[in-house]
Design a protein around this ligand. Structure first.
Ligand code: NAD
Length: 528
């Protein structure tokens, strides 16, 4: 048995060892997950939701020790473990509890005139075994939400937590045990890259990945071999746009929280700030003063992963070489992986710190002159995860928001779209593909089947054989009347159309009376 060491990045101490799952054991786990699938997918939804509710309640009961473990494994301050990990997790679970029956129920849709008398609906069915691979920055929230969404949609799950925070992987395994899921419905595979690769190679029915762009590309390439659908939740380089008419004090506080919470290791961190030139000096002055008041270990934690700290230093070095100025911070702090929150000015769009994901506590600020200029600057990025627009003129803020190429936009706030479980979440461009949270959060783990029901009592349909000149003529008339510029037709053409329609009803048997509406949702049962 090999073990993974969990370090506390805030102190550098080794705190525990977690047994690693041998990559060769993943195939056997997949077999168990496949065997568990038929019974779990047929388990009534309220029983599945009962497991979710037990997990939610147990997590709340165990909030303090869980927050302590998260803080120890990541270096974040404990209050952030509660605010940004435990709270949004249980809030999203409650959303699923309340809405799953509605979201997973077959959805009735309209049927066009051509198919008069038919009924149409969309059915949502479990896909099979879902592979979920998670990162280290929010190791609880970014694991439990996709795993539980997949489970409630009726799938079984192979879950691989990050090797950087194995202690949280073990905490999550305990939560699954407390929830009372049947054996092998959800299995935790502890390990690093090889274990993740083995999950992909085991050919799950869908892969849900949260992590870096580089790994996302590899996973997508490996999944393409077997046409495994992927959802990729990747990195960001989120712009913050501050207009002169914004509440500047609030915007400064928002910028600091957006850039420094979780030591800047948020996929939706504020990574570049554009401030309208007339308030730029005021904004920078206030941002420096407020940053200098932040207290290590209280207002901000340490970084989590040594290679990420190295990226921060590389980006800063590149920026300084090209003329940027560190206004405050900019250096490691003792102990562990602390890095002082940093305000950077004199930045230009070509610098690495304005183009690549820094994922650390750095706030680069540059001025802009016009609305069109700042929209272009914000959109000039490979990424498109989140963005924020700050103005007290909400019409202007919304006008700008709608021109940003981004999966999410906040107005007069940062990051928070992800924490609203009603809003679909995901990125555009290199920030990823697919959406979860909201109804999409369950639909993304479902096969959709479109069904059209014909009572089968007419002897034939209008479009069936035999093809005749009259049928051809009738469809010409129908197309013109329904969709043409001139929606009229001569009487003899309409008469032919009616004759062709009546042909389909000739010798019709009486239909048995059945309900025309889908039945209310009962454990994903098909509507009659
Ligand atoms: P990472 O890509 O290094 O690792 C993520 C996970 O993938 C880990 O569990 C890792 O073991 C696994 N992995 C690595 N190589 C693999 C491979 N070849 N095949 C299968 N699995 C493999 O990412 P990270 O450093 O853990 O996380 C930080 C990144 O995640 C940042 O870029 C951040 O922006 C992004 N992120 C995105 C979101 C989002 O929702 N969009 C949320 C949080 C973090």
């Amino acid at each position: 048995m090999t073990y993974m060491t969990q370090y506390n990045p805030a102190t550098g101490e080794a705190i525990t060892e977690i047994p690693e799952t041998d990559a060769s054991a993943v195939q056997a786990a997949m077999k168990r997950a496949r065997d568990a699938f038929p019974a779990w997918s047929r388990t009534p939804l309220d029983v599945r939701l009962g497991c979710l509710k037990r997990l939610r309640e147990h997590l709340v009961d165990q909030m303090d020790p869980v927050a302590q473990d998260i803080a120890k494994a990541t270096g974040k301050v404990q209050v952030e473990a509660v605010i940004a990990e435990i709270f949004p997790t249980v809030d999203t679970l409650r959303y699923i509890e309340k809405n799953a029956a509605r979201i997973l129920a077959p959805q009735r849709v309209k049927t066009p005139l051509l198919f008069f008398g038919n009924r149409s609906y969309v059915e949502y069915k479990p896909m099979g075994v879902i592979g979920v691979i998670s990162p280290w920055n929010y190791p609880l929230y970014l694991s439990i939400v996709p795993v539980l969404s997949a489970l409630i949609a009726g799938n079984t799950v192979l879950f691989k937590p990050s090797e950087v925070t194995p202690l949280v992987g073990a905490v999550i395994e305990d939560l699954f045990a407390a929830a009372g899921f049947p054996p092998h419905v959800v299995q935790v595979l502890h390990g690093g890259r090889e274990t993740g690769q083995a999950v992909v190679a085991a050919r799950p029915d869908k892969l849900f990945f949260t992590g870096s762009v580089a790994t996302g590309k590899k996973i997508m390439a490996a999944a393409a071999e077997h046409l495994i659908p992927v959802e990729l939740e990747l990195g960001g380089k989120d712009p913050m746009i501050v207009f002169a008419d914004a509440n500047i004090d609030r915007a400064v506080k928002g910028a600091l929280w957006g850039a420094f919470t979780n030591a800047g290791q948020v996929c939706m961190s504020v990574e570049r700030v554009y401030v309208e030139a007339s308030v730029y000096d005021e904004f920078v002055r206030k941002a420096i003063a407020a940053t200098q008041n932040l207290r290590p270990g209280i207002d901000y934690g340490s970084m989590t992963y040594p290679p990420q700290l190295a990226v921060v230093e590389e980006h800063l070095a590149d920026a300084l070489e090209q003329g940027a100025k560190i206004e405050c911070g900019g250096a490691r702090q003792e102990p562990g992986l602390y890095f002082a929150p940093t305000v950077l000015t004199g930045v230009t769009p070509g610098m690495r710190i304005m183009r690549e994901e820094t994922f650390g506590p750095v706030l680069p600020i540059m001025p802009f002159q016009t609305e069109q200029e700042v929209i272009a600057l914000a959109n000039d990025s490979d990424y498109g995860l989140n963005a924020s627009v700050w103005s007290q003129d909400l019409r202007k803020a919304k006008r700008v928001a709608s021109q940003l190429i981004s999966g999410n936009v906040c107005v007069n706030d940062v990051i928070t779209t992800v924490a609203n479980p009603h809003l679909p979440f995901g990125g555009v461009k290199h920030s990823g593909m697919g959406r979860y949270h909201g109804p999409e959060g369950l639909h993304t783990f479902s096969h959709q089947t479109s069904v059209m029901v014909n009572k089968g009592t007419k002897p034939q349909e209008i479009n069936w054989h035999p093809y005749t000149p009259e049928l051809h003529d009738a469809f010409n008339t129908l197309t013109r009347v329904l969709y043409g510029k001139n929606r009229s037709a001569p009487f003899y053409k309409l008469k032919n159309l009616i004759t062709q329609v009546l042909r389909t009803y000739k010798n019709q048997k009486t239909a048995p009376q059945t309900s025309s509406l889908p039945q209310p949702p009962q454990n994903n049962q098909i509507p009659m």
